[in-house]
Structures are given as structure tokens and as C-alpha cells.
Design a binder for this molecule. Sequence first.
Ligand SMILES: *[C@@H]1O[C@H](CO)[C@@H](O)[C@H](O)[C@H]1NC(C)=O
Ligand SMILES: *[C@@H]1O[C@H](CO)[C@@H](O)[C@H](O)[C@H]1NC(C)=O
Length: 134
Amino acid sequence: MMMVGLSSHTLFFSLLLLIAILVAISEGRSVYVRNDLGNGIVLNIHCKSDDKDIGVQTLNYQREFNFPIKAKICKTTIYSCTMTWNGRLHVLDAFNSKRDGKLGGDIKWSIQNNRPCLFNSSTKKYDLCNYSYI
Ligand SMILES: *[C@@H]1O[C@H](CO)[C@@H](O)[C@H](O)[C@H]1NC(C)=O
Ligand SMILES: *[C@@H]1O[C@H](CO)[C@@H](O)[C@H](O)[C@H]1NC(C)=O
């Protein structure tokens, strides 16, 4: 009886520790967004998730901003960004835990006219461009 009690306690605290580590890793991630639209084009961007509003940002050409990801352990987390430039509206899911995984490194977007591109840490370039605006 005593042994059972001890081992279930150990299991419980191991689980707690594991969850704490997972939270710590996922909370270390950030989303970066960079305006690569062209000289003189201003990007207005408003990102938010179900329960976190990042607020409206105004980015001049070649400027970047970032925000930390607060991902849920058991639920899909999506940070959706509404963007306007040249008077037109575009939407990008800047982070989606189903698409991007709950763990991993930062997510860096280059906002371009036709499509957004992701930073590839191997090539150090924004060359992952198989994405589109919604
Ligand atoms: C980054 O680029 C390298 C070299 O082109 C490629 O092999 C790799 O698959 C790319 N990374 C991702 C995440 O697609
Ligand atoms: C680009 O994405 C589409 C849909 O997500 C996929 O069907 C296609 O194979 C991808 N193309 C490349 C070159 O990765």
C-alpha cells in the first residue's frame, strides 16, 4: 500500500515536471513579422488569438516586430493576423499549433505582395514561400 502511494506520487510529480518543461519550451517561441512589401509601403497589422490580443502595429518598409506565443497544451492555438496595405485587406494565420507544432523555434514571416514567406534557418533566407494569404 505504501509503495503504491509512493510510486503514484512520483508519477504525479514527474508528470507535473514534464508539463512545466513543455510549457517552458513552448513559451520560449515567438512569431516575427517583417514588412517586405516595398519602399514606402506601410503595413498595418493586427494579430490575435482566442484569448490574447497583440494590438495594432504599424510597420514601415523593412521593419519587423515580434510577439511571444502562448500555446495551449491541449487545444489548437491560432494567432491570426489581419493586415492592410495599399488599402487592401489580407489575413495570415501567423501561428497555428496544428501546422507549426507546439514546440520548436521562432516563426519568422516576410510579408510580400503576392504571398508570405517563412524564414528557413538552414539557408538563412525567407525562401519557404508555399503559403498564401486567406
Ligand atoms: C531549408 O532549406 C534547405 C536547403 O534548401 C532545405 O533542405 C530544407 O528543407 C528547408 N527547410 C525547411 C523547413 O523546409
Ligand atoms: C505547396 O502547398 C500545397 C498545399 O499546401 C501542396 O499541395 C504542394 O505540394 C506544395 N508544393 C510544394 C512545392 O511544396
